[in-house]
Write a protein that binds this ligand. Structure first.
Ligand code: SF4
Length: 477
């Protein structure tokens, strides 16, 4: 999972790119990078947060009115800056790319590209494969008179070859800024604009909170399989290239997207309140009567407040959060994750003491965070603790770029809610039901594969296993 941003305008845009990246920083903290184009590419990428990666860097070194930015959460390849994005190639005449998602046929595609094009692709990073596939398709066109149609046909070739989730942005040197989505539209991508004295500036981003921050107006979401080209004259060309049944990642609403973003015309915060209200049904069914509802800060607040409202039980803030510690989910090793949880949360003892507490989190993946939270609440004197997950039980790995790609580590893949409650030392564990969640999205086809194992790209069990083994191997290394 990553955050991407692309801007094409009239003045130098490096400062705007960096500013915009800070508002999608929650999508990736491993590395950050930008590239601008002005006769040639100007690239910088480094490990860490945007502020760290660009500390003491002179933005004069990044001239150009067209550029890309990326914040990386490593799910493929190493966590080194070498594998960070953007990625640039100088053929056929200069391309730079960033993407968000995960290529699932990585090994097969790498081999095909090497064999077909007789080029050695020494990369473990999936954006390089998408970029080379696109470059190879463009090479077959008349490069002296490249048209938007040629570009869209090349995107179509990429979509035929590349399986998985990808929202990609590409600078095509001296031609413009291109955005395209995978045929299922698994990852979010929005188009926006801003009027300036010098004319219109266009941007593509993973989330609209970035537009709010930069003063851009949202035009629309890209559709599954769609490509949009903003040419150097500022004209917009678009085409649905290869579209299949939409399968938008439901986890964007549950966890990943920021609450103030609007995706598919829906404010994420409102979606979380709706999911929380629905969750109350499962609490009632289990016959539980909590005295108060608290949330695991920060992503569970809206679920908890919606659930409390539906149950007619007070919502209170029961856990204080140290905001200067990163998100534990996004950390790459178990030991680091545990350490982060200990540093991050502290119970408000007077609030929970003697109470039957329903504590709501967005999901339960490994159970590590949940177990520690239950321990903290017990030590603070809570009478009973019901651990409530806004997501249904996660039973299958995500192969599309969210870091739950190893079944061995996913607790609900091996244990039922009663066993999980015993492991967490909670009085009950309640999950959202998959059917209830799906009933909220009858008008928006979503991916639920991590709950159901029904992968929208049709990944075989063998392929899922292969991806899991690679993930285990890269974690060990
Ligand atoms: Fe999102 Fe789950 Fe589908 Fe992955 S498997 S894309 S996390 S819904």
């Amino acid at each position: 999972m990553c955050g991407i941003l692309g801007i094409i305008g009239h003045d130098n845009i490096a400062g705007t790119l960096l500013e915009g990246l800070t508002s999608i920083q929650h999508r990736g903290q491993d590395a950050a990078g930008i590239v601008t184009f002005n006769h040639r590419f100007h690239l910088h990428k480094a490990d860490g947060l945007v502020e760290q990666a660009f500390k003491n860097l002179d933005l004069e070194r990044f001239p150009g009115n067209c550029g890309l930015g990326h914040v990386r959460y490593a799910t493929q390849g190493s966590t080194d800056a070498l594998d960070a994005q953007p990625t640039v190639v100088n053929y056929p005449f200069g391309l730079a790319m960033v993407h968000n998602g995960n290529v699932v046929n990585f090994n097969q595609l790498k081999q095909t590209l090497c064999e077909d094009r007789h080029r050695l692709l020494d990369t473990s990073n999936d954006v390089a494969l998408i970029l080379y596939a696109f470059a190879a398709a463009l090479e077959t066109k008349n490069l002296k008179a490249l048209t938007p149609e040629d570009i869209f046909e090349s995107v179509q070739t990429v979509q035929d070859q590349v399986q998985g989730a990808y929202s990609a942005l590409t600078i095509i040197a001296n031609h413009g800024l291109l955005a395209f989505a995978d045929p299922h539209g698994i990852r979010p991508l929005v188009l926006g604009r801003k009027y300036t004295d010098r004319g219109m500036v266009y941007a593509f981003a993973s989330e609209t909170d970035c537009f709010d921050h930069l003063g851009f107006e949202l035009i629309r979401d890209l559709q599954p399989g769609e490509a949009v080209l903003i040419d150097i004259e500022g004209n917009i060309h678009s085409r649905i290239c290869r579209a299949k049944k939409q399968a938008f990642c439901i986890f964007e609403y549950i966890y990943f997207a920021r609450e103030d973003s609007v995706i598919n015309g829906r404010l994420v915060a409102t979606e979380r309140v709706r999911i929380g209200r629905q969750l109350a049904e499962q609490v009632r069914k289990a016959g539980l009567q909590p005295d108060l509802v608290i949330d695991v800060p920060s992503s569970a607040y809206f679920f908890a407040s919606g659930m409390a409202e539906a149950l007619g039980v007070p919502y209170r803030r029961g856990l204080a959060k140290n905001n200067h510690v990163g998100r534990s989910f996004i950390e790459s090793t178990q030991a680091r994750r545990e350490m982060m949880v200990r540093r991050k949360l502290n119970p408000l003892k007077d609030v929970v003491r003697g109470k039957k507490v329903a504590v709501v989190d967005d999901s339960i993946v490994r159970g590590t965070t949940s177990k520690h939270i239950v321990k903290l609440l017990r030590e603070s004197g809570a009478a009973e603790i019901y651990f409530i997950s806004a997501a249904p039980p996660i039973t299958c790995p995500c192969i599309y770029g969210i870091d739950m790609s190893v079944k061995r580590e996913i607790i609900a893949a091996h244990y039922d809610p009663k066993q999980i409650a015993r492991y967490l030392d909670a009085d009950a564990v309640i999950y959202q039901s998959l059917e209830d969640l799906q009933s909220l999205y009858e008008d928006l086809p979503c991916c639920y594969a991590c709950f159901s194992g029904d992968y929208p790209t049709g990944a075989s069990p063998e392929l899922v296993k292969e991806i899991e083994e690679e993930k285990e191997c890269s974690t060990r290394n």
